[in-house]
Design a protein around this ligand. Sequence first.
Ligand code: FAD
Length: 384
Amino acid sequence: MSFEPTEEQRAIADTVRKFCEKELRPHVKRWDQEDTYPDEALAGFREMGLFGATISEEHGGLGWDTTTYALVIMEIAGVWMSLSGIINTHLIMAHAVSSFGTDEQKKRFLPKMASGEKRGGLALSESRGGSDVAGLQCRARPDGDDYVIDGSKMWITNSDGNTFFLLARTDPDPSSKHQGISGFIIEKGGAGFEVSRNISKLGYRGIPTSELTFEGFRVPKENLLGDEEGQGFYQVMNGLELGRINVAARGAGMLRAAFEDSIRYAQERRTFGKPIWEHQLVGAKLTDMATDLEAAKLLVLSAASKRDSGERCDLEASMAKLFASRACAKHALEAIHVHGAFGYSTEFDVERYYRDAPLLTIGEGTNEILSTVIAKALARKYAI
Ligand SMILES: Cc1cc2nc3c(=O)[nH]c(=O)nc-3n(C[C@H](O)[C@H](O)[C@H](O)COP(=O)(O)OP(=O)(O)OC[C@H]3O[C@@H](n4cnc5c(N)ncnc54)[C@H](O)[C@@H]3O)c2cc1C
């Protein structure tokens, strides 16, 4: 098996890396510390077409395969993980519209999403629970030509965008809780839809994560995703493979940044008459970081290439996300140790990796949930 990127894939990733290094990196510390929105990133991503990265060319996107997308996410996350969040839930929403939308919905939403004119997000989680998606309380009831939405959503990233894929219960009394949930394309504006609060976070700063509240918010019936009710849970689950590969790629990208910062510092910093990497315990940290980095990258590329071949990759995507997020969180702390006291100061980037990394163990399915997904997939694969 070889997961060597093609020349074209490398060239695309290099272009994005150069943009992020030149135009964004100089501002990242300030944006993070001030929790300021990176408008320059938004403009640059638009220009490079990143809002349409995985949207088909037919609908105005770049039509990238998952491998190219994962390589690009690694580059972006290596500069600042928050930036990758700007396009992640946007593209999962676009995937749902592409896969399950009617022709009219695809024509209406995808070209504008590809250009970044419509910026999407996912409104699934609620304050009473995110892992148990099917336990949601948000209601949608038909009324004339509309559905009327009541309820609230929590932890919604990209809440400054204008379009969301929202899950709500349309059947209050289904035979199983996974049924009777429908997906809606909702747009900001109109009475009854409020971004009720922005949540202050440990890391993943710069882009807003918010609570959305709906009180009698009317959505036209043509915005029910697809043409039948009750498909929402399955529509969301289908997009998770892409989302998990994205999170795994963020982990690998940020781990690379932690390693590169550490190997540089370990050669510059001298104690007891030698560069600190020559002390075996520091050298061993670098060894473990580099080894886990290589493994994380390969798991990401393996999952991405399987998805590109059209096969189901829930096992591979979950394994990649589990490993890369764990390794990233572990080595972000080790990177602080390599830097000593400087690692604890906000002058160096490693403290940011340490604050950003835990999100990767929570988002797109917590690592505990992923362990159960992996165990189920293994039992299926190795069934006796
Ligand atoms: C910064 C940030 C951004 C986010 N962005 C979005 C977004 O854009 N859209 C969106 O819809 N959501 C978003 N989320 C929500 C995220 O998807 C949820 O936080 C996540 O699914 C976990 O849900 P929860 O926080 O309610 O934890 P809970 O589901 O309450 O879980 C609490 C703990 O119990 C464990 N647990 C729960 N059930 C099980 C089980 N069956 N087996 C083993 N362990 C279990 C969990 O692993 C966790 O450790 C975001 C979250 C954060 C922090």
